[in-house]
Design a protein around this ligand. Structure first.
Ligand SMILES: C[S@@+](CC[C@H](N)C(=O)[O-])C[C@H]1O[C@@H](n2cnc3c(N)ncnc32)[C@H](O)[C@@H]1O
Length: 286
């Protein structure tokens, strides 16, 4: 029987040889998850002999990682804003830029407000807002039924044990098509990280992203049609003074600013992310 430390070293070497970046960290994350220990506990138990079941599970996870499967999908978990979110290949793995979108939203006083997380995926944006601020309503909408199931699962795990649970609905819709008439002038904020990769950019994406994350979460095939619909329906469901706040691509931001102004939004501004890329766009319904 091999010890935890022996296998951890072998796992790290294996990932390094397969060209995985940060092989030590990745091996530690995989070992910690499979052995149900924290990363510190791995070192407190480094002489522990591993059972054949544990060794087989570790081997399988390391093989998947070496084949390019993102660690978050192997672990079924990604931390966002300091909290663990369940993820599967049906949802985008939450990104650090999206934490900056949440930061921007939190600069407004959202206490007691009605918020919609549009294109919610794992639900990381809306759930985080609800955990950071006592909202009145947090609704979630996505076109993908399996993604909405994951939003619900994260909501139940992270929010329902809280003292105050905001009202919430999980709405399957194509850019709000099923609810736009019922929710007119209802939200104080529509926040969204929609798909924003152009088809020609998608082909050049890192295969780890392109081959494993859902294309529907990434690619926008007809940006004018998609964002015209998204902005017009967001305008309808916002009440006067409400804000639309989105994450986007620097390549789309000019088009989107024009569309927002055409729809009647005022106070249209964009903001850069920490890497200096124009990444976030805001408009207010007058
Ligand atoms: C970039 S992912 C964002 C997921 C999550 N909000 C996040 O930030 O990690 C975009 C999401 O938009 C959803 N989506 C794509 N097209 C849509 C549409 N027409 N209507 C509603 N949701 C859509 C996808 O299913 C996906 O969950």
């Amino acid at each position: 029987m091999q010890t935890l430390l022996e296998l951890l070293r072998k796992g790290e070497d294996f990932l390094r040889k397969k060209g995985i970046e940060k092989p030590r960290l990745e091996a530690q994350l995989i070992f910690a998850h499979i052995l149900k220990m924290s990363r510190i506990e791995l070192f407190m138990h480094e002489q522990k002999p591993l059972t054949s079941e544990e060794t087989a599970a570790l081997r399988e996870a390391l093989l998947q990682r070496a084949a390019g499967k993102p660690t978050a999908y192997i672990l079924s978990e990604k931390y966002f804003y300091g909290r663990p979110f369940f993820v599967s290949p049906n949802v985008l793995i939450p990104r650090p830029e999206t934490e900056e979108l949440v930061e921007l939203a939190l600069q407004q006083n959202l206490a007691g407000k009605n918020i919609l997380d549009l294109c919610c995926g794992s639900g990381c944006i809306g759930i985080t807002l609800a955990l950071e601020t006592p909202l009145a309503v947090i609704d979630f909408s996505d076109i993908s039924a399996p993604a909405l199931e994951i939003t619900k699962k994260n909501f139940e795990f992270l929010i329902t044990q809280q003292e105050k649970v905001p009202k919430s609905h999980f709405i399957q819709s194509d850019l709000l098509d099923t609810i736009v008439t019922q929710r007119k002038n209802y939200y104080d904020m529509v926040i969204s990280n929609p798909p924003y990769v152009l088809p020609e950019e998608y082909e050049k994406l890192d295969p780890e992203v392109r081959d494993h994350e859902p294309a529907i979460a990434l690619v926008v095939h007809n940006p004018v049609a998609f964002f015209s619909t998204m902005f017009a329906r967001s305008f309808a469901v916002l009440h006067s003074g409400g804000t639309l706040l989105i994450e986007t691509s620097p390549n789309l931001i000019e088009l989107q600013q024009l569309l927002l102004k055409e729809m009647g939004f005022t106070d249209v501004h964009y903001f850069a992310d920490l890497a200096g890329k124009n990444r976030f766009l805001k408009g207010v319904k007058p």
